[in-house]
Design a binder for this molecule. Structure first.
Ligand SMILES: [Zn+2]
Length: 80
């Protein structure tokens, strides 16, 4: 399992820190489901749970259903 791609702003809660569900330390990071978790803790969880249900998008394995990467941005080819 590689690193997660969490570049979307939805993963960063500017309002408050909550306790990470993995290590218990405060974090502004959120999973796609809104679960407080450090990105590194999510990646570690994925590594430790290889049997977890996979999350796929357009045939690409983006991680587990609990912690997965953002959908890759579509390349725009407007040509204009
Ligand atoms: Zn953590």
């Amino acid at each position: 399992m590689g690193l997660l791609n969490w570049t979307s702003g939805q993963h960063f809660d500017h309002g408050e820190n909550c306790s990470c569900t993995q290590c218990g330390k405060p974090t502004p990071m959120r999973s796609h489901a809104g679960e407080p978790v450090h990105k590194v803790c999510a990646e570690d969880w994925n590594d430790r749970n290889p049997g977890a249900p996979r999350y796929e998008h357009n045939g690409h394995d983006l991680g587990t259903t609990r912690y997965h990467s953002d959908h890759p941005r579509k390349k725009r080819r407007d040509g204009a």
